[in-house]
Design a protein around this ligand. Structure first.
Ligand code: FAD
Length: 487
C-alpha cells in the first residue's frame, strides 16, 4: 500500500466532465483526465484491504461483485502512487487484455465492491486504469509482443467484438496463428457499432487493431460466416474455432403494425448508423436522423440512455424514455447491502444532457407503448399506458392511456440471444435462452473443435465479461490443442 493514510487524507476526485450543454455540440469523449499529481493521490486512497473485494468476482445474491477479470487493483494502485508506470502496467496487463476499453466503458464492478465505497467514495479504479493505459500508449510502452515461436496451429475466431478480440490476442501471444472473421467493415463489435463515440472514441479500437495486426493476428472484415463461408469449411481448414458473434437478436415491439410502420428502428441500428456516418463525415452520409423529431425510446436502460445522448446531438425536438419497471430507489435498500452491485437510480450522461436541454428527466416509469398512431404509413404519435406487475404478470392500468407525439420510435428493449444462422452453420446446439450450449463454466460446444465465448455464450452482458470469457475460452482452446496450458 502506497500511503496507509491516503484514504483518510484525500477525497475522491473523478475525472472532470465537460458541461452538458457544451458537449452535446460534438460527438467527442467528454471526460478530461486529472493531472498526474492528483492521480497519484487517487491511487493512494487504495487501502490494499486484507480481502480486496474489488478483484474478487464473488457471486452474492445471484450477482457478481468485484472485477470478473480479477484485476490486481491494489497492486497497480500502489505502483501508480509510486509513479512506477512500467511496473503498474505489467500488473495491469497480466489480467486485462484491453484496459483502454474497460477504462472507458466498464460500469466498474470493482468500485461498487471497494471498501472505501461503503461511504460512497470508492477509489477511482476505473479512471486510474484509464490513466495507466493511456500513459503507457503515450510513452510508447505498448509495443507489439510478437511470439518468438509459432505452434503451427491455426485458429479461427468468428466475430471481432471484445470477446473475439480477447481470445485472438491471447492465442496469438501463445504462438498460435489466429484469423478473425468479422461481418462488419470494421472490428470492435458493439464497441464500434453500439457504444457511441462519446463514450469510446473509435480511434481507440483502430489503435488496438493495428497493434494486434503488428503482432500477427489476421483480420478478415466484411465476411459473414454462415453465409459467405460455410461453418463446415472453417472447421475443415482450422484446428479450432471460437464463435464470438454476440447476442444481437433485438426484442421487437409487440404492438400491431410495428413491422409495417415507417419511423421505428432497433436501438443498435440507430446507433450504428450514427457511428458509420460520423466515421465517414456526417454531411456526406445518410443516417437515421432525429433532427427536429419527437423521439420516444422504449427502454429505460443503458442502451436507451446512449440513444438519448445521440438524439440530442442530432438536434431532436423532444426525447422521452419509457420504462416498464418502477424507478429504482435513490439509495441502497436494506436487502441490497454493500458489496453487492447497487440497484439504485442512475442518471447517466444522456439523461443529464436531456435535463440540461429540456429541463426534465426523459424517463417515464411503469409505462409502455399500447398503440401506434400512423398516417399514410408513417408514425405520428403513440398511445402509452401505465403498467403494474402482479404475480410477475404485467397488467395495464385502466384509464391511464395518454398520447405522445412521436415521429421516431427507437426500441431499446433488450435482446433475445444470438442470431441463429451462425450457430446453425457450425451445427452447435442453442439453449432455451438462445445462446450456444456448453458445459457450465466451459466454452467447448457440442461440436468437436468448436468453442464459444462472450454474449453469444452468456447472453447480452458487459464488455468486461466478454473479455473475461474470450480469455477463458482461449485457455480452453490452448489446452485442447497442446494438452496443457500455461495461459
Ligand atoms: C448500445 C449498447 C451499449 C453498450 N454499452 C456498454 C457499456 O457502456 N459498457 C459495457 O460494459 N457494455 C456495454 N454494452 C454491452 C457490450 O457491448 C457487450 O456485452 C459486448 O460488446 C459483447 O461482446 P461480444 O464480443 O460477445 O459481442 P459483440 O460486441 O456483439 O461482437 C460480436 C461481433 O460478431 C460479429 N458477427 C456476428 N455474426 C457474425 C458472422 N456470422 N460472421 C462474422 N462476424 C459475425 C458482429 O458483427 C460483431 O462485430 C452495450 C451494448 C449495447 C447494445
Amino acid at each position: 500500500m502506497g500511503k496507509p493514510t491516503g484514504f483518510l487524507e484525500y477525497d475522491r476526485v473523478d475525472n472532470t466532465t465537460r458541461d452538458a450543454l457544451e458537449r452535446i455540440k460534438d460527438y467527442n469523449e467528454f471526460h478530461d483526465a486529472l493531472n498526474k499529481e492528483e492521480r497519484v493521490k487517487q491511487a493512494a486512497r487504495c487501502m490494499n484491504c486484507g480481502v480486496p473485494m474489488c478483484q474478487s468476482a464473488l457471486k452474492l445474491s445471484g450477482m457478481v461483485t468485484g472485477c470478473p477479470l480479477h484485476n490486481l487493483i491494489p497492486e497497480w494502485n500502489d505502483e501508480i502512487y509510486h509513479d512506477h508506470t512500467e511496473f503498474a502496467l505489467s500488473r495491469l496487463l497480466k489480467t486485462s487484455s484491453f484496459p483502454e476499453f474497460t477504462g472507458r466503458v466498464c460500469p466498474a464492478l470493482c468500485e461498487k465492491a471497494c471498501i472505501n465505497g461503503k461511504d460512497g467514495c470508492a477509489v477511482t479504479v476505473h479512471d486510474n486504469e484509464l490513466y495507466l493505459i493511456e500513459t503507457a500508449f503515450a510513452k510508447g510502452l505498448m509495443k507489439p509482443v510478437i511470439p518468438a515461436v509459432r505452434s503451427g496451429r491455426k485458429i479461427a475466431v468468428i466475430g471481432a467484438g471484445p470477446a473475439g478480440l480477447a481470445a485472438a490476442n491471447e492465442l496469438n501471444h501463445r504462438g498460435h496463428t489466429v484469423t478473425v472473421y468479422e461481418r462488419d467493415d470494421r472490428v470492435g463489435g458493439l464497441l464500434m457499432y453500439g457504444i457511441p463515440n462519446m463514450k469510446l472514441d473509435k480511434s481507440v479500437i483502430e489503435r488496438r487493431r493495428a497493434l494486434m495486426e503488428e503482432e500477427g493476428v489476421i483480420f478478415k472484415t466484411g465476411v459473414d460466416v454462415g453465409k459467405d463461408i460455410k461453418g463446415k469449411d472453417i472447421i475443415n481448414e482450422f484446428d479450432a474455432v471460437i464463435l464470438c458473434c454476440g447476442a444481437k437478436k433485438a426484442r421487437t415491439l409487440a404492438v400491431p403494425d410495428a413491422d409495417k410502420t415507417e419511423g421505428i428502428y432497433p436501438a443498435v441500428d440507430f446507433l450504428k448508423s450514427t457511428t458509420k456516418a460520423l466515421l465517414s463525415g456526417m454531411d456526406k452520409t445518410d443516417y437515421i436522423s432525429a433532427k427536429n423529431k419527437d423521439v420516444v425510446i422504449v427502454g429505460g436502460g443503458d442502451t436507451g440512455n446512449d440513444c438519448v445522448g445521440t438524439c440530442i446531438r442530432h438536434g431532436c425536438k423532444s426525447v422521452t424514455q419509457l420504462e416498464m419497471m418502477p424507478a429504482p430507489p435513490v439509495e441502497r435498500s436494506a436487502s441490497n447491502p454493500w458489496p453487492e452491485w447497487p440497484k439504485v437510480l442512475k442518471t447517466d450522461y444522456g439523461q443529464q444532457e436531456a435535463i440540461a436541454v429540456f429541463g426534465h428527466d426523459p424517463r417515464i416509469y411503469e409505462t409502455t407503448v399500447k398503440e401506434l398512431v400512423v398516417k399514410k404509413g408513417k408514425l405520428t404519435a403513440i398511445k402509452t399506458v401505465k403498467v403494474k406487475f402482479e404475480n410477475r404478470q404485467m397488467k395495464e392500468v385502466e384509464g391511464s392511456e395518454q398520447t405522445l407525439k412521436c415521429d421516431l420510435l427507437i426500441v431499446a428493449a433488450g435482446f433475445l440471444g444470438c442470431e441463429e444462422y451462425t450457430a446453425e452453420s457450425f451445427g452447435t446446439k442453442l439453449t432455451t435462452r438462445n445462446v450456444v450450449e456448453t458445459e457450465p463454466d466451459h466454452y467447448r460446444t457440442t461440436i468437436p473443435k468448436v468453442f464459444t465465448a462472450g454474449d453469444m455464450h452468456r447472453g447480452q452482458s458487459l464488455v468486461v465479461w466478454a473479455i473475461t470469457e474470450g480469455r477463458a475460452a482461449a485457455k480452453e482452446v490452448d489446452e485442447y490443442l497442446m494438452g496443457y496450458s500455461g495461459m
